[in-house]
Design a binder for this molecule. Structure first.
Ligand code: FMN
Length: 225
């Protein structure tokens, strides 16, 4: 069993999975653990659709890819990435992207291959379970606290998964098409998709899963006083 520090430091986003399903009992254990995530006033503002139905996942992916192919860049409830990238975030984003494409030997100009790799998000990297995390629109329209709570919830899901030998990939790519996901699932009107987390048994032989981008040294973003 990994220690807490091991689980945190060894977790990394995995982008290739075996088709092996994640048993519902294990999903429930992970969701029960993540339910203990603290939230302001104990609001527990997350609502999760834990989807393992192949057809439903296929339909969501198809609908997103169709939307993308029609030229729609996003159809979302929240804007996750900055509209204008500035440093140091721009530099970190570029370094992380370049690192991944270099490892996978994808040329910077190979737009088609890059697009295909992005589409892999909507094929759930071959995994058979995806958690789609929604919150109540009323909690994010004039306030932002629920976003903090649901962010902490994301990390709880990902770390709990490690306990069962499972890996994950958080997805802001679905955030960008949150309304498409909502349409396919026919979710209640009050909910907004924040993100999804792909969960499954990582393919240890897949080169892409060896990617582990580094972090900046503490002096870059920690101020001790
Ligand atoms: C909110 C959020 C959204 C993300 N969206 C995606 C995504 O759509 N597709 C993807 O492949 N990775 C996505 N990632 C993974 C990040 O690229 C990754 O966490 C970061 O590069 C650090 O790498 P690591 O998770 O392997 O440590 C996302 C991560 C977070 C926290």
């Amino acid at each position: 069993m990994p220690s807490i520090l091991e689980a945190i430091t060894n977790r990394s986003s995995k982008r290739a999975y075996l088709p092996k399903p994640v048993p519902k009992e294990i999903q429930e254990k992970i969701l029960n653990a993540a339910a203990m995530t603290p939230s302001g006033a104990n609001m527990q503002p997350w609502v999760v659709y834990a989807i393992s139905d192949k057809d439903v996942l296929q339909n969501i992916g198809d609908a997103i890819i169709e939307k993308m192919n029609s030229g729609v860049e996003h159809d979302q409830f929240i804007q996750y990435y900055p509209l204008k990238w500035k440093n140091p975030y721009k530099k970190r984003r570029i370094e992380t992207g370049v690192g991944l494409y270099t490892l996978m030997e994808v040329d910077r100009k190979d737009v088609e291959k890059r697009r295909q790799m992005w589409h892999d998000n909507f094929r759930w990297f071959g995994a058979s379970t995806v958690f789609f995390v929604f919150t109540d629109k009323d909690l994010i329209d004039n306030a932002q606290g629920a976003l903090i709570d649901c962010g902490a919830y994301m990390q709880s899901l990902m770390l709990s998964a490690k306990e069962f030998g499972l890996d994950t990939c958080p997805q802001g790519s679905t955030t960008e098409y949150g309304k498409v996901v909502a349409d396919v699932l026919n979710i209640p009107e009050n909910l907004a998709l924040l993100y999804s987390v792909v969960i499954g048994y990582a393919d240890e032989n897949a080169k892409i899963n060896s990617y582990q981008p580094s972090r900046v040294p503490l002096e870059d973003n920690i101020i001790f006083i």
